[in-house]
Design a protein around this ligand. Structure first.
Ligand SMILES: Cc1ncc(COP(=O)(O)O)c(C=O)c1O
Length: 391
C-alpha cells in the first residue's frame, strides 16, 4: 500500500470530514479543508462590513489577483481565464454559443459526463445537428488508440469535439494533447471538459492550446464549492459571452464574465488559500501519492471480491480508479448499493456505469488511508454473503 502522507503534509484532520466515514468520493464534489473554509469566512466578513465598497471598488482588483494565481497554476497567461460557478456552466457556455446547422456534427466519447450529454442533446436537437459518439473501453490499449478512435469520427461536418480531461464514469485520463493537436490540424474546435483535472493531473494550457477548456477548482484543488475556470483561445475571446449578461456585457471577455449580477464572490477569493494549502507538499508529490493509493485501493477491493480493477496504460489513470462489482446491477440497484454502503457501512463511494456495466469508482486524496479501501472491501464481502443467503 502507498505510504501515509509524508510528515508535514496535510492529513485527515485538516479536513472537516466526518471521522466515522470512509470518504472515497473526493471526485464527486471535492472537500474543502478547514483553513480554506476559514479563509472564505474572512472574505464574507470583509464583504459584509461594506458591501458596496467591497463589490464595486475592491472586487475587480481582487478577481484579477485570483486570476493571476489560477492562470499560473494552469500554466497560461491570465488573459484567457474567466471564472464560472462550475464545469456545468462552463460547458453550457461553450455549447450554447457553438454555431450549428442542420447536419453538422459534434463528436464526444461514451465517457462524456451525462449532464454535458444532456446539454448537447438539447442544442443538437434544436439545430438539427448530430451527435457522434466514439466508444472507448475503460482500459484502452494506448493513448494513440483512443486518439484514433475519436479522430475516426471527425469529418468536414464536425463543428466541435468535446473530450473529458479526466472522465467521471471511469477516471480515464484522455490524451487531450494528441486529440487537440489533431483537431487543430483539421481546423476543428475542441472543448476539453476538465471538471476533474486541476489538482488531479498536471494542466499546461499553453502547451495544450485548446479552443476551450473548463476545470473545477472545487474538486481536486479543494477550493470552496462553485469555483471553476474557463479558458478560451485568443480567437474566441471577443465572441464568447457569459450565459447571463449584466452591466459589463459589452466591455470585453473578462469584464463580461467578472460581473454577472450580484453574487457571493467569497468562494472564488479563497482559491489562493486552497492553492497555498497544497503548496508545501508540492503537486507532483501529491499526484504520485494519490495515484498510487487509488490504484492500490482499487486493486485491493477487486481482489477481495474476485473481480478486476482496470489498469490503463501509463498516463491514462490518476486518483480515481475503478473496481469491478461481482454482480450485475441495474441503475436502481446501483443507487441502492451506494445508499446501503453509506448508511450501514459508513463508506461513501459512487457506483458509476460505462457501456452498460457498473463499477465502484474509488478516489484517493491525502485524507484517505489504506484502511478506507479495506473497509469498503469488507463491506462488499458482507453484502455478498447476505445476497448469497437471500438467493
Ligand atoms: C466530466 C465532468 N464534467 C462536468 C461535471 C460537472 O461538474 P459540476 O457539477 O461542478 O458543474 C462533472 C462533475 O463531476 C464531471 O465529472
Amino acid at each position: 500500500m502507498a505510504a501515509d502522507p509524508a510528515p508535514g503534509w496535510p492529513g485527515t484532520s485538516a479536513w472537516a470530514l466526518d471521522p466515522d466515514v470512509s470518504y472515497l468520493n473526493h471526485g464527486g464534489f471535492g472537500a474543502t479543508p478547514r483553513c480554506v473554509q476559514a479563509d472564505q469566512l474572512t472574505w464574507r466578513t470583509a464583504l459584509e462590513r461594506n458591501p458596496t465598497g467591497f463589490l464595486v471598488h475592491q472586487l475587480p482588483e481582487l478577481l484579477d489577483g485570483v486570476r493571476r494565481e489560477v492562470a499560473d497554476f494552469l500554466r497560461t497567461g491570465p488573459e484567457g481565464i474567466v471564472f464560472v460557478d462550475n464545469a456545468t456552466t462552463g460547458t453550457q457556455t461553450v455549447i450554447a454559443q457553438t454555431r450549428l446547422g442542420a447536419g453538422d456534427e459534434i463528436v464526444v466519447t461514451d465517457h462524456c459526463y451525462p449532464a454535458v450529454l444532456a446539454q448537447l442533446h438539447r442544442t443538437a436537437a434544436a439545430a438539427g445537428a448530430v451527435l457522434r459518439v466514439a466508444s472507448v473501453p475503460v482500459e484502452p490499449p494506448s493513448r494513440s488508440w483512443v486518439t484514433e478512435a475519436v479522430m475516426a469520427l471527425v469529418s468536414g461536418r464536425t463543428r466541435l469535439v468535446i473530450i473529458d480531461h479526466v472522465a467521471s464514469c471511469s477516471g480515464l485520463v484522455f490524451p487531450v494533447d494528441q486529440i487537440t493537436a489533431e483537431c487543430r490540424r483539421l481546423g476543428v474546435a475542441v472543448l476539453i471538459d476538465g471538471a476533474h483535472a486541476p489538482g488531479q493531473v498536471p494542466v499546461d494550457l499553453d502547451r495544450l492550446a485548446p479552443d476551450f477548456w473548463v476545470g473545477n477548482l472545487h474538486k481536486w484543488v479543494c477550493a470552496p464549492k462553485a469555483t471553476a475556470a474557463l479558458y478560451a483561445a485568443p480567437r474566441w475571446r471577443d465572441q464568447l459571452l457569459p450565459l447571463v449578461g449584466s452591466h459589463r456585457l459589452t466591455e470585453g471577455y473578462q469584464a463580461a464574465f467578472d460581473w454577472t449580477g450580484t453574487r457571493d464572490p467569497s468562494a472564488l477569493l479563497s482559491v489562493p488559500a486552497a492553492l497555498r494549502f497544497f503548496a508545501a507538499a508540492g503537486w507532483p508529490a501529491i499526484w504520485a501519492h494519490n495515484n498510487a493509493l487509488a490504484r492500490q485501493g482499487a486493486a485491493l477491493i477487486a481482489k477481495s471480491v474476485g473481480t478486476a480493477a482496470p489498469d490503463p496504460p501509463d498516463g491514462m489513470a490518476a486518483a480515481m480508479r475503478l473496481a469491478g462489482l461481482p454482480w450485475q446491477l441495474t441503475d436502481a440497484h446501483a443507487k441502492e448499493l451506494e445508499r446501503r454502503l453509506l448508511e450501514q457501512e459508513r463508506v461513501v463511494v459512487p457506483v458509476t456505469s460505462h457501456a452498460g456495466a457498473h463499477w465502484l469508482r474509488v478516489s484517493a486524496q491525502l485524507y484517505n488511508s489504506p484502511g478506507d479501501y479495506e473497509r469498503l472491501a469488507d463491506a462488499l464481502l458482507r453484502y455478498q454473503r447476505e445476497r448469497a443467503h437471500l438467493v
